[in-house]
Design a protein around this ligand. Structure first.
Ligand code: FES
Ligand SMILES: [Fe+2]
Length: 352
């Protein structure tokens, strides 16, 4: 048996925790409106809400009074009010008001956990780790600079899969699975050329055939009409930048997968596909308002493609998880050495 097979077969990778000292994505900005939103990040229930200035806050989603979810409540001014008896909490997680407090009673001295959050590039990023690590290492969210850039058209597909996050990352790093997506014509004939890796990331460099060439404005219609597509070679680079993933196919496409692992058998993630308009130099001379109009009008242009790919991937990933649960000792075979590096990175991060 090759060393590749042996290294990948170790099964306890499916029980790994996360390294909490990173910024995770818990919601799209537009998902957090005036009502609180409940999210789950690695077994922690978190309530997100916006204050009167539009600033997003994140508190433990558990009212300290009777332990119900605060996300069922509402925002009153800058405070989060519990639905049950109306206790209110400020953005530090302190109890700020109890509507029936008697004159001779003091506010209960209860405090719930608050999480650092940032709103950046269309997403809500949350840091579940300890603040000292965050300050010491000055860690920043990975960021998605194309989100607001006028030269990129975005499409978002939300992944909800009943599987450990390692299955999703391995799927995304193993470009030999273009076979699964043949009907959607995403890419073809991938071949792993070389790998770069360090303590924080794995970069796998493949060559592949792409179906798309976005060099004229009308070429965006290739996203809709298969007959317009022509196979041609392009570099295909995929990177696991712990805990997220990013990939480029030639100069025309960039895809991110921003992770929100829920628990050992559930993973949420946001897949963002960008079509580049960089090649259209004529477009760049037009007024900004018009370019924004083009960008906004074409938002979601790759929706059908992206949702279709996600459906196919999720089915495979969930079957892998089910097979693992039925028999955790049963081992598969692996030939792609990128996955050995990916598993090594996951293990070393979850030990930190
Ligand atoms: S349970 Fe929240 S106010 Fe009573
Ligand atoms: Fe896929």
């Amino acid at each position: 048996m090759s060393s590749v097979s042996q290294a990948v077969q170790s099964y306890d990778i499916r029980q790994l925790g996360i390294n909490p000292n990173h910024w995770y994505v818990v919601a799209l900005s537009r998902e957090v409106k005036t009502q609180p939103v409940g999210v789950m990040l690695w077994k922690q229930a978190i309530a997100l809400y916006r204050d009167s200035k539009g600033q997003v806050h994140a508190l433990e989603d558990r009212c300290p009074h009777r332990l119900v979810k605060l996300s069922h409540g509402q925002v009153v001014g800058d405070e989060l009010e519990c639905a049950y008896h109306g206790w209110r909490f400020n953005d530090k997680g302190e109890c700020a008001a109890v509507p029936y407090l008697a004159d001779n009673q003091k506010l209960p001295n209860c405090k719930i956990r608050r999480y650092p959050v940032k709103e950046q590039d269309g997403f809500i990023w949350l840091f579940p780790g300890n603040a000292e690590t965050r300050n010491g290492a000055s860690l920043q969210p990975m960021g998605v600079p194309e989100w607001d850039h006028l030269n990129y058209i975005a499409t978002v597909s939300i992944i909800n899969c009943n599987a450990h996050y390692s299955y999703l990352i391995e799927n995304l790093m193993d470009m030999y699975h273009g076979h699964l997506h043949e009907d959607y014509q995403a890419w073809a004939e991938a071949s792993l050329e070389y790998l770069d890796e360090d303590a924080h990331r794995v970069d796998a460099h493949y060559t592949a055939q792409s179906y798309y060439k976005i060099d004229k404005i009308w070429s965006i219609s290739q996203l809709f009409f298969p007959a317009l597509r022509r196979l041609h070679p392009e570099p295909l680079n995929v990177s696991y930048v712990y805990p997220h993933w990013v990939s480029t196919l030639g100069k025309d496409f960039k895809i991110y997968c921003l992770l929100c692992p829920v628990n050992e058998t559930q993973t949420k993630a946001y897949l963002i596909h960008f079509t580049s308009l960089n090649a259209f130099w004529r477009l760049h001379k037009l007024p900004v308002w018009f370019r924004r109009f083009v960008k906004d009008s074409l938002f979601g242009a790759a929706q059908k493609l992206l949702d279709g790919l996600v459906r196919q991937d999720v089915q495979m990933i969930e079957e892998e998880q089910q097979a693992y649960l039925q028999n955790p000792q049963r081992r598969g075979y692996e030939l792609n050495r990128a996955l050995v590096s990916v598993q090594r990175l996951m293990r070393s991060q979850s030990d930190l």
